[in-house]
Write a protein of this length. Structure first.
Ligand code: AGP
Length: 602
C-alpha cells in the first residue's frame, strides 16, 4: 500500500521526509516522490522510480542550497497507471500551484474528468492527478483552498477509501489532510508538525500523534492543527503518545527486519506474560467487561486474514478446550460477502497485526451494523480495528516491519491462549508453561545454522514444496507454507496430511521437499505413515518432531512444551527456513514483490 508523510514548521524538511519514506518502505511500493517548499515560496518537486534510496540521491543533489521548511512525500504502489516517474506522487495542478499525494483509489475519476475537467492537459495516467486538477479548478472558480479541497472530496465515489495530503504553493507551510479508511495521523510537537500513514515513520520528529477519523479534514500549520469532522464541525481530538523506542523501528545489526523479528519472539513472549500476569501469577490486563461479554456468547467467530487467520486456527483450540465455547475461524474477505448462518449470541474476535486490514474492517462494519459484540487483538493499537471494536487487547509484539509476519503470529497465539485461560481452566499452569515456551523459542532461534543448512539443501533449485501435519500441526502447516511462498516465491502448499491420498500426492516427484510437523501425540503414528507414503514416491522428507515423538533421521527435534502450545515452537523452524531459502535466492526478504505489509484496500 502507498505511504504518506508530510512535515511543516521544521528547519529542514527533506531529512524527515526521506527517513519517513524509508520507514514506510515495508508497506510495498514501486516509485516515490517528494515536494518541498519554504515560507518564501521557493519549492522543488523530485520523483523517482524504484527504491527510496534512489529518490534520496536525486533529491539531495537537486536541492543543494535549498532547505524546505515544509513538504510532502509518498511511496506509490501502482494501481491506476504504470510505474513511471510521471505517475509517481506528488501529482500537481497544471499551473504548478497545488501538489497532492494520495493513498487509495478514486473509482469515479473518469466521470469527474468528463464532468469538470474537459480540456485540462493531464501529464500522468493516475486518478490522483484528477483530484489535484479538481482542487485547482475549484480554486480558479473562486473557492478558498480549504473549500476547494473539501469540494473535491465531496465528489469522490462514496466507497472510495482515501488518504490525501495537499500543499498550496501560495500558502506553502500549510498541509491539507483528508482521511477515510486509509490510516493517517497528525504528529504534533513544539518544533513542527507532521502527517503520516504510520506513526513510527515520524518518530524522529515526535511521539505524540492524533489519529484522524474517517471523514476528518485537518489543516496542519507549523504551530497549529485544526480538525473538522465529516459534518464539517471543528472537533478536538486528543493526541496519544507512541510507546516505542526509535531503535525498535531500526534493523540494528540485522541484515533484515524479518530475522530481527524472528529473534525477538522469545522476548515478546516474556513481555506478553509480564503484561498479562502480575508478580503473583494472577491474570491482569483483561477487563472483566471483555470476559463477561464473551461468557454471554454461545459461539465465537474469529475473523482475520493471512497469517492472522492462521493464528486464529490455533486460538480456536484454546477457546473450545479451555473456555468450552464453540469457535469458528473465518477468512475475512470471504466472511464479508458470504456471511454464514450465525448462532443466536455470537461474539466476534478480530485478529490483526496492523489493525487496518480492509477485509477485516469490512467485516467489523457489518458485525457492528448487526449489533454483535466484537473484540480486536492487534499489534498496532490506535488503529481502525482496535478503535471501532467494542473491546481491544494488545498483542505487544512491538513494531513488525517485515512484510512476512512472524512475531505477530506467535504473539496472537499467546494472547489468545491467555484470554482463553481467563474464560476457562487450561488444566495446567499456563504462566509457567509460557515461561518455558519463551526459553524454548530462544533455544530454537539460537540454532539458526541448522535451518540455514536445511533450507539450502532441501530447497535449492526447487519450484515447489509442501508442509504437512495433523491437528494443530495442520494449522501450523498453513502458516509455514505462507511464510515460504510469500518471500521465496517457491510454490508451497500447507495442508492436513490425511488429505494427501485424496489428490495432492500425485504432485510428489523425485526430490520434492515435504516438511512434516509432528508434535501431536494422538496422530503421530498416522503422520509417520504419511511421511513414508510420500518418501516412497521420491519425496525428500524433512521431519520436525517433538522430543517425545522424534525418531532417528528426523531433521530437527523440537523441545517439548504442553502439546497445545507446540504451534509456538513448530512455527519457528518454518520461519527460519523461509528466511534462509529467500536469502539463498538473493531476494529481498523484507519486501517481497507484489505484497504490502498492511493491505488497506479490498
Ligand atoms: C503474512 O506474512 C502477510 N504479511 C499477510 O498474510 C498478513 O498476515 C495479512 O495481510 C493480515 O494482516 P493483518 O494481520 O495486519 O490484518
Amino acid at each position: 500500500m502507498c505511504g504518506i508523510v508530510g512535515v511543516t514548521g521544521v528547519g529542514d524538511a527533506l531529512p524527515y521526509l526521506l527517513q519517513g519514506l524509508q520507514k514506510l518502505e515495508y508497506r510495498g511500493y514501486d516509485s516515490a516522490g517528494v515536494y518541498l517548499s519554504d515560507a518564501s515560496g521557493k519549492d522543488a518537486l523530485i520523483k523517482e522510480k524504484g527504491r527510496v534510496s534512489k529518490l534520496a540521491e536525486k533529491a539531495i543533489a537537486e536541492t543543494k542550497g535549498f532547505k524546505g521548511t515544509a513538504g510532502i512525500a509518498h511511496t506509490r504502489w501502482a494501481t491506476h497507471g504504470n510505474v513511471t516517474v510521471e505517475n509517481a506522487h506528488p501529482q500537481k495542478s497544471a499551473d504548478n500551484r497545488f501538489f497532492l499525494v494520495h493513498n487509495g483509489v478514486i473509482e469515479n475519476y473518469k466521470e469527474l474528468t468528463d464532468t469538470y475537467l474537459q480540456g485540462v492537459h493531464f501529464v500522468s495516467e493516475t486518478d490522483t492527478e484528477v483530484a489535484v486538477q479538481l482542487v485547482d479548478k475549484f480554486s480558479k472558480d473562486g473557492m478558498a483552498t480549504p473549500d476547494a479541497f473539501r469540494k473535491m472530496i465531496s465528489l469522490l465515489d462514496g466507497n472510495s477509501a482515501y488518504g490525501f495530503l495537499l500543499v498550496d504553493h501560495e500558502d506553502p507551510e500549510t498541509l491539507y489532510v483528508a482521511k477515510k479508511k486509509s490510516p493517517l495521523l497528525v504528529g504534533v510537537s513544539d518544533h513542527g508538525n507532521a502527517v503520516t500513514s504510520d506513526a513510527a515513520a515520524m518518530i524522529d520528529l515526535t511521539k505524540d500523534f492524533i489519529e484522524l477519523r474517517d471523514g476528518d479534514i485537518a489543516i496542519v500549520k507549523p504551530k497549529s492543527v485544526t480538525i473538522y469532522d465529516e459534518a464539517g464541525e471543528q472537533v478536538n481530538r486528543e493526541p496519544f503518545t507512541l510507546e516505542i523506542d526509535p531503535e525498535d523501528t531500526d534493523k540494528g545489526a540485522y541484515p533484515y527486519y524479518m530475522l530481527k523479528e524472528i529473534d525477538e519472539q522469545a522476548v515478546v513472549a516474556r513481555n506478553i506474560a509480564g503484561h498479562y500476569y502480575d508478580d503473583e501469577g494472577n491474570l491482569q490486563g483483561i477487563a472483566p467487561e471483555i470476559t463477561d461479554a464473551i461468557k454471554k456468547a454461545d459461539r465465537l467467530y474469529i475473523v482475520a486474514a493471512g497469517t492472522s487467520y492462521h493464528a486464529g486456527l490455533i486460538g480456536k483450540r484454546y477457546f473450545e478446550q479451555w473456555a468450552k465455547i464453540p469457535t469458528e475461524v473465518h477468512i475475512a474477505s470471504e466472511f464479508a460477502y458470504d456471511q454464514p448462518m450465525l448462532s443466536d449470541k455470537p461474539f466476534f474476535i478480530f485478529l490483526s497485526q496492523s489493525g487496518e486490514t480492509a477485509d477485516s474492517r469490512e467485516v467489523l462494519d457489518n458485525v457492528k451494523k448487526q449489533g454483535f459484540p466484537a473484540l480486536t487483538l492487534a499489534n498496532v493499537m490506535n488503529s481502525t480495528l482496535t478503535r471501532e471494536a467494542d473491546f481491544a487487547l494488545p498483542v505487544l509484539a512491538g513494531p513488525e516491519i517485515a512484510v512476512a509476519s512472524t512475531k505477530a503470529y506467535t504473539a496472537q497465539v499467546l494472547v489468545q491462549a491467555i484470554l482463553a485461560s481467563a474464560l476457562g481452566n487450561p488444566g495446567f499452569d499456563l504462566k509457567a508453561e509460557l515461561a518455558k515456551v519463551a526459553v524454548e523459542i530462544q533455544a530454537i532461534t539460537d540454532e539458526k545454522e541448522s535451518f540455514k543448512k536445511i533450507a539450502e539443501s532441501a530447497l535449492k533449485n526447487q519450484h515447489s514444496a509442501f508442509y504437512i501435519g495433523r491437528g494443530l500441526d495442520a494449522a501450523v502447516a498453513l502458516e509455514a507454507a505462507l511464510k515460504l511462498k510469500e518471500i521465496s516465491y517457491i510454490q508451497t502448499e500447507g495442508f492436513a496430511a490425511g488429505e494427501l491420498k485424496h489428490g495432492t500426492i500425485s504432485l510428489i516427484e523425485d526430490g520434492t521437499p515435504v516438511f512434516a510437523l509432528l508434535t501431536q501425540k494422538k496422530t503421530a503414528g498416522l503422520l509417520r505413515g504419511e511421511v513414508a507414503q510420500v518418501a516412497a514416491r521420491g519425496a525428500n522428507t524433512i521431519v520436525f518432531a517433538s522430543e517425545s515423538l522424534a525418531k532417528d533421521g528426523d531433521a530437527y527435534v523440537l523441545p517439548e512444551v504442553n502439546e497445545l502450545l507446540m504451534p509456538l515452537l513448530a512455527v519457528i523452524p518454518a520461519q527460519l527456513i523461509a528466511y534462509y531459502a529467500t536469502l539463498d535466492r538473493g531476494l529481498d526478504v523484507d519486501r517481497p514483490r507484489n505484497l504490502a505489509k498492511s493491505v488497506t484496500v479490498q
